[in-house]
Design a protein around this ligand. Structure first.
Ligand code: SF4
Length: 195
């Protein structure tokens, strides 16, 4: 039974996220920790975020390419790692670790951990519903994964993650996805042209 579940997880991860079965680190975005991939997904390039990060608000900063960040933009927030719960990381930690995952240089990162990073991608957007795929990674390999779904019309999540950190990250991804989408609509382009 365990073997069957592992095989299923492997197949799903390959289908949604892995152009190569052996590693998730096929770099398409050298600016952000080398873990990004260019995938045929609606969200485009996606990287990863630290699983102990609880994002709270957008952070403008000296990001080279903010839209390519794992959560669609830079975010401030607090750490949830044991012993550092609720503590606001430094700007360096936020930029080098919290927002990017695989934060091996962060001294707050627990030596024993279930995940190194969480990856998100928007896999479907039919206007009123947005579906995200998430994968929790350890050692650049996929582990727990699944889909989360947001109803735009009702501003309501139809499928949520039980871990509030992952769910909050998913909300950040959807928020930035919808903002980018609204900016790219013809109406918005016309506003810019006449503005
Ligand atoms: S990178 Fe470090 S400070 Fe940031 S969330 Fe992870 S463990 Fe906490």
């Amino acid at each position: 039974m365990r073997t069957e579940i592992s095989l299923l997880q492997h197949r799903l991860a390959r289908r949604f996220l892995l152009p190569r079965p052996r590693t998730l680190v096929t770099c398409g975005c050298a600016e952000y920790n080398g873990a990004a991939q260019t995938l045929p997904l609606l969200g485009g390039v996606k990287t990863v975020a630290c699983p102990f990060f609880m994002p709270l608000q957008r952070m403008d900063g000296s990001w080279p390419h903010p839209p390519r960040l794992p959560l669609g933009a830079g975010w401030q927030g607090h750490c949830t790692a044991p012993g550092h719960e609720g503590v606001v990381p430094s700007a360096t930690q936020l930029q080098a670790g919290c927002n990017l995952g695989y934060a091996s240089d962060c001294s707050w990162l627990p030596a024993e951990r279930v995940w190194d990073a969480v990856r998100f991608s928007v896999i479907r957007d039919c206007g009123h519903r947005v579906v995200l795929c998430y994968v929790c990674e350890i050692g650049h390999r996929p582990g727990e994964h699944g889909q989360l779904e947001y109803n735009v019309l009702d501003d309501h999540w139809l499928r949520v993650h039980p871990d509030s950190r992952i769910q909050t990250m998913a909300e950040c991804v959807v928020q930035t996805h919808l903002q980018k989408k609204s900016r790219s609509t013809p109406a918005h382009a016309a506003d810019l042209a006449h503005g």
